[in-house]
Structures are given as C-alpha cells and as structure tokens.
Ligand binder design. Sequence first.
Ligand code: ADP
Length: 426
Amino acid sequence: MEGACEENNASGALAERKRIIKENQGESAMKVLVVNCGSSSLKYQIIDSDTEKVEAKGLCERIGIDGRLTYQPTGGEKEVTEAPMPTHNEAISLVLEALVNPKTGVLKSLDEVEAIGHRVLHGGTKLTESRIVDDEVIAAIEEACDLGPLHNPANLMGIRACMQLMPGKPNVVVFDTSFGMTLPAYAYRYAIPTRFYDKYKVRRYGFHGTSHSFVSKETIKYLGLDKDNSKVIVCHLGNGASISAVQNGKCVDTSMGLTPLEGLIMGTRSGDVDPSILQYLCNHEGIDINQMLSILNHDSGVMALSNNLSSDFRDLEEAMNAGNEAAGLAIDAFAYRVAKYVGAYTAAMNGVDAIAFTGGIGENAGLVRKKVLERLGYLGISMDEEQNKKRGERFILSTKDSKVTVCVLPTNEELAICRETVALVQ
Ligand code: ADP
C-alpha cells in the first residue's frame, strides 16, 4: 500500500510539473531520460515522448577507472570529454550538465525531464513487469543480483544516482526478463529436481525481452496482423542472440534460459551444449567450473568455430568468400541453429504467421537471413532476393506468395523503455 501511495504522489507531482512546464513554454515538452548502466559504462538517450525522437544521446565509459563522456545532440557535433568518474553518480552528473549546457544542451532545464527509464537485466520471479521504483522494487532488484551478478548491481547504481541527483522524479525500471515471464510452466521449467526451482528459482527466464516485446508489437502493427490471433517468431540476432515465440502478443517460449548462455550460437557464447561436456572438459583440462563457464561465455560461439578469426559477421563473410572454411562453418552453424529454433517455435505455437529479423546481424546480414530461410521452404516461405539486399531498415523480405510473411524490423530498446516509462508515469 505504501508503495502505491508513493506512486500516486509521484504521478500527482508529475502532473503538476507537466502543467507548469506547459504553461511556461506553451507547449508539451516532456522528455524521458533512458539509462542503460553497465559496471563501468552508462549509455543514455533523451527522447521526446510525444514525437518519440531522440534529442541527444551518448555514453559514459571507464567509470571507476578514469572517465570519458560522449555527448551528441541530434544533428549536432559529437563531443568527447575526459572527466573523472569515480562512480555512476559523477557520470550521471556530467550527463545532466551536458544536457542543460547553454550552448550545446538540448534541455533548458532538468524540469523538462518527465521521468527516467532504466534498463535492468534481471527481475527475478518477483518483478514480472516494468515498475515505478520504490523501496520494494529496489529490494527485489537487489534480491535478483544473485541471478544477474554482472548487471543488476550496476543497474542499481544508475537508479540510485538518478534518485539522488534528480530527487522527486519518477524512475521506472524495465526488465530484460519481463517478457519471458508469460511462458507456461511446461516451457520455463527445466526437467531437474523440483527442489531446485522451489529453493533457487532455477527456471528459464529469457533475455532481450525489451527487444522481443518491441519487435513483436511493431511486427503485428507493420503487417496489420490481428494481435489476438497472431503467431510471431522474433529472431534477435546480434552479438548476443536469442529467439522468441510470441502468440497473441504474449511470449510463449524463448531460447535464453536461467542466464543468456543458452540457445542460439552467439558471437562468443556457445548456446546449447550437452551439460556433460563441462565435467568431461574440466576433468581432462584440469580446469574448474568457473573457468569452463568463462570459456563457454567468452571463447566460444562463431568466434571459436572460425578458429578465433572473429565474432563479427562482416569479417566472417569476407573470410568465407576468400575461401576460409572455418569462417564458412561458423556462419552455417549459426544459421542452422536459428532455423532449428524457428522449426521448434513453429511447433510450440502450432503454426507461424510472421518471422521478424532484428539485431545487428538480423538487420544487416543478408547472407545469414538467406541461409536461415533456405531451410524453411517446408513452411512455404520464399524470400525476395532483391529485398534481401536491403539492410538497417524496416522492410518485407518474403515474396508476395510466401505462406509466412518474413520481415526485417530494426529493434529500438531505448524507445521501448521510453514508452514503458511514459505508460507507467502518466
Ligand atoms: P549486441 O548484442 O552487442 O547489441 P548488435 O545487435 O549491435 O550486438 O550486433 C552486432 C553484430 O552485428 C556485429 O558483431 C556483426 O556481427 C553484426 N553486423 C553489424 N553490421 C553488419 C553488417 N553490415 N553486415 C553483417 N553483419 C553485421
């Protein structure tokens, strides 16, 4: 109840602030600051919530080491400033200074910031949807640090810094895991003893949820599908890669698991492997489980299959064309795994209306899209070769007579966070 009361107070204060700003400026000028914190970095954008245009964006790097701020107003010059950032507080402070800088800032005052939207990796089982930050939410994010040890503590640092530096402004948290929380138990449970689920909540959570949610919603709009009668598969193929089955707007299966290691082959992550490999290699190589997990996260994937040539598909394609067989194998294995998951998720939904490609590879790598779709002829899919030359934009990739519509739809996680934030604070 206390939380609800605080939320009401926060939205009441917000409405009052909006009214004052509108009166002063004679127009709606509400902005959302979107923040995505890593342990030593912080990405940010200021988005106008009415036009959904990015007004400025940038990055703080080397937080806790020395500190570098990049700031770029839309249409303006990129500025890079070296400045000490012992903690996330100094980093956010410098971002706010840049945003209201009289010469290059995009805000007249911080009052224009309507709310702050934070990307948070793991919500655990308690935080199943986006929330306005209060003590209960902070405690639940802390509790989920165990499940997201690299990201959740950093996300919390960003939230606390914003609360301190912009007191009274509502902070909203958007979780990478939320979208996967609608999976049915038969999809999220691992077939291991129940006590591990009861005690430790070991289950499939799924990640990239903000992207899967955004792209599936946009695909439904773009293709004019009836949301309540739709079956969409989203292939988020970037350095980290995952795939989701979205039925009637709800995620019913997704390829990442307890952690982002499961599922597709990725840049440097193995994706699915036989768990016995871990014991076998630990015994033979004399390494411990932590070293083994580090290998599966950082030294595997297409990087490993290409004999450490690269994790970047631009390099792999160039090498393959020059006759490098390992690079060709890496691309084939990657595409094969994606196609296998599309088959599995078509079965999970007993059909599929649309497939969307997104992420750096999905949006740009025509070769990968072609190799995936070549394996899906049995679904009646046919690809338009001309369309497949396009990249980095929204377009339909399948031919008119294809039984399933395939599209490319660039993801926009920051806009998704902005929309969630606005929906909660208004
Ligand atoms: P992250 O998971 O880091 O957010 P991205 O979604 O930004 O990753 O994807 C980055 C990857 O996209 C690169 O490593 C590269 O493999 C791929 N990529 C980017 N541009 C191209 C391109 N023009 N052609 C082929 N692959 C590309």
